[in-house]
Write a protein that binds this ligand. Structure first.
Ligand SMILES: [Cu+2]
Length: 255
């Protein structure tokens, strides 16, 4: 089996969560929360149990028995059963940690879109960061500044770059975020599950207008989107140019 086959088999096994980025990151969160809570309950529970068992001022038989193998001051504890407890706890921790690392890695490979994991039939959008706005270019050449319209339940592949300085395009609610670097193209994707308007922001300090470098991601009903998209017709629309000149007219100079 080649590496690609192995990766493919792992992805097909159902072990790696598939779906939208929101689902994938929610799964990672839940797995870590449940495991972390379980470990916490065991550790704190065992500590409280021993604290209670060996509490002061109780003279029961079992306590006397336990007293027999309790280390005294200045003596090193020998551990239960010749280090078996120690070995078991190390082995368990190693298994849990290594499994988590591998599982998280495979999961993140999927969201980062390896060759085997690209979302099916995506819509490509070019995203360009400019001081201080986001310009979106659709497959038909239509451009818009500050608003990205997408149909719901469809993978959107973002090809992100910058026209000037480092920016970073991110929309927390859609769990999407990637660098926008001049001369380079980074690719990421997301799926909008529910119609609505989501906020995208710049996450790389890029100059005095950075904090207002926002964009709206409008997730639309597919029919509504198709109608809007058909109406764009491939021309560069005027609002983009107007907004671009507005940015210049604000008198914000590059830093
Ligand atoms: Cu910025």
């Amino acid at each position: 089996m080649t590496d690609v086959d192995t990766a493919h088999a792992v992805l097909q096994s159902g072990l790696v969560p598939r779906g939208t980025r929101v689902e994938v990151f929610d799964t990672i969160f839940t797995v870590f929360l449940v495991l972390g809570t379980a470990v916490g309950v065991v550790v704190i529970g065992y500590m409280l149990y021993n604290g209670y068992k060996y509490r002061d001022g109780v003279e029961r038989e079992e306590v006397k028995k336990a007293d027999a193998d309790r280390p005294t001051l200045g003596e090193l504890p020998t551990g239960g059963g010749g280090g078996r407890k120690l070995f078991l706890s190390f082995a368990l921790s190693t298994i849990v940690v290594v499994s988590l690392v591998l599982w998280t890695y495979a999961t993140l490979l999927y969201v980062e879109g390896g060759a085997q994991a690209q979302p099916q039939d995506p819509i490509d959008v070019e995203v360009v960061g400019i001081q201080f706005a986001w310009r979106f270019t659709y497959e038909n050449g239509h451009q818009e500044l500050g608003t990205l319209r997408v149909p719901e339940d469809r993978a959107i592949r973002l090809n992100v770059t910058s026209d000037d300085v480092f920016h970073n395009f991110g929309a927390p609610a859609l769990r999407v975020k990637t660098d926008a670097i001049p001369g380079q193209r980074t690719t990421t994707w997301f799926i909008g599950e529910d119609p609505g308007t989501y906020q995208a922001k710049c996450y790389e300090l890029c100059g005095v207008g950075h904090s207002s470098m926002n964009a709206d991601i409008v997730v639309m009903e597919p029919a509504e989107y198709e109608e809007w998209y058909a109406s764009t017709g491939g021309e560069t629309n005027d609002t983009a140019n107007e907004s671009a000149s507005l940015v210049g007219a604000r008198g914000v100079s590059p830093v």
